[in-house]
Write a protein that binds this ligand. Sequence first.
Ligand code: FAD
Length: 570
Amino acid sequence: MSYLNIDAQALNTYDAIVIGSGISGGWAAKELTGKGLRTLVLERGRDVRHVTDYPTTNMQPWEFEHRNQLKRDVRDANPIISKCYAFYEGTEQFFVKDAEHPYVQEKPFDWIRGYQVGGKSLMWARQTQRWSDFDFDGPARDGFAVDWPIRYADLAPWYSYVERFAGITGNKDGLATLPDGEFLPPHEWNCVEKLFQQKMASRYKDRHVIMGRAAHLTSPKQIHFDQGRAQCQHRTICERGCPFGGYFSSNSTTIPWAAKTGKMTLRPNSVVHSIIYDEKKGKATGVRVVDTNTKQMQEFYAKIIFLNAAALNSNLVLLNSTSNRFPNGLGNDSGVLGKYAAFHNYRAGISGEYDGDLDSTTDGRRPNSPYIPRFRNVLKQETGFLRGYAAGFSAGRMSYSDQNAIGADLKQSLLNPKLGGWHVGSHMMGETIPKETNYVALDPNLKDPFGIPQLKISIAYDDNDDKMVKDYQEQLTEMFTEAGFKNIKLRDDHRNPGLDIHEMGGVRMGKDPKTSMLNKWNQLHAVKNVFVTDGACMTSTSTQNPSLTYMAMTARSADYAVKAMKKGLV
Ligand SMILES: Cc1cc2nc3c(=O)[nH]c(=O)nc-3n(C[C@H](O)[C@H](O)[C@H](O)COP(=O)(O)OP(=O)(O)OC[C@H]3O[C@@H](n4cnc5c(N)ncnc54)[C@H](O)[C@@H]3O)c2cc1C
């Protein structure tokens, strides 16, 4: 028997374990296998293989039973996930339904999740901006959270590294607030977007309108062909999965690349319950996993562990990893685990109309739109709230066709729709301030179907967020008016936190182990062979879409981890 046990232990032992196969876990898998480590990737959801597991990717609207709309009973049964704009008949298979994996909302929180190989990388909106030192300096300058242990210079080469591989479209705009990257050619503007850009440039020194930076192959390079990907076709149905690999997802890019090394074992249907800590060794030795098919618990072992289960689930795994040494969660000597969670404030929007340029219209689709980088409180504090917001912007022409026509008339009407005026719109992307009172914890009573405590989420807006919404509305109204837009309408939809899908923090980085969980290499201060490189590590949130930063941090941290491992430091 003992022989068998030893064999079983050897069979379940790897150099590295990666928990989660989404955007950050995919990068960890690619980097660790690329550096020669036998790596086990544990994913709680089912396998989703590139191309073959995108069942709706080539379907036309009329091929869906409900014309690609959500059925009423699906909507009624899923009040949370139905709020997400990307959840519709063609994408239902990629989102966690409300009843499937319950959590406790101590305060209202819409938790949008994708539990499958690829995680949310399949459905994301692909916006990718770098941070700058205005972001990393934020907490120290404005006196909240703790100082980041890294600055832009630490991450800059890693941004370049991941951008080149993932393929990022954008324009080199030369802005200090939003450093340029390794860009593929940018997407095109339409004339009203260009007009807005020019009017803002002539009216304001510090307000810029740029073309969005996004993970799309506008002009693929050899490295992308080597990944088996091809040029983006502008189908704008990305969240169904793209058979061209036109946008970056773990499924099309990092996971197959890791598989090609022959060093990766991908184990779907494997929920990580907790990380095993060995007190004698003073290290983590592996993980406990519940197999979702058999509901049996199993252990896997490795020298280093990358935790990439997405921000809130990574908090859950650490909180659930208790031992004599760490009774309140792995690495939680500081007591900050689960605290200082934050998100992005997407509550506000503005729309308007433009009655010029009626001799022009748009042609085709574009999976991207212009972007207004943060301009508030950048060089100095100038408002009654801390930090600021970025904004999306787009313009398009309304078109109408006669839906009551039939036969040839219907065809004609669809091919030659009547054009209305231009509509313009923007939405706010505000930074929120991480606070001790915004936290996640384990519910003491409720368990999920795998016997794991449910996550209790207690996260809310504050006065700073309300002031920011008001300022966004005032400033954007001024900017829209300057541009000559009319019929301006404001929106504050008071959506719950979470619907921004950028939850962050709880396992924050910092210089001082007494006030933070992770050091500058994303390594637990107290357990050096555990690395957390998803949104849980974020000390503050800034305004940029976060995933590019997770990719760069993961690649940097994996590079450090392998070097440290070779030197016997972890
Ligand atoms: C509609 C939508 C639009 C978005 N738009 C943007 C955007 O434009 N730009 C941007 O930067 N971000 C965007 N995001 C957010 C982006 O998807 C996330 O920031 C990103 O996916 C986070 O990467 P991750 O690796 O941390 O998590 P995920 O990609 O969610 O992957 C985590 C993986 O871990 C698995 N997992 C969880 N718990 C366990 C466990 N206990 N054991 C094993 N496996 C586990 C999950 O099943 C999942 O596969 C968007 C998201 C959505 C849904």
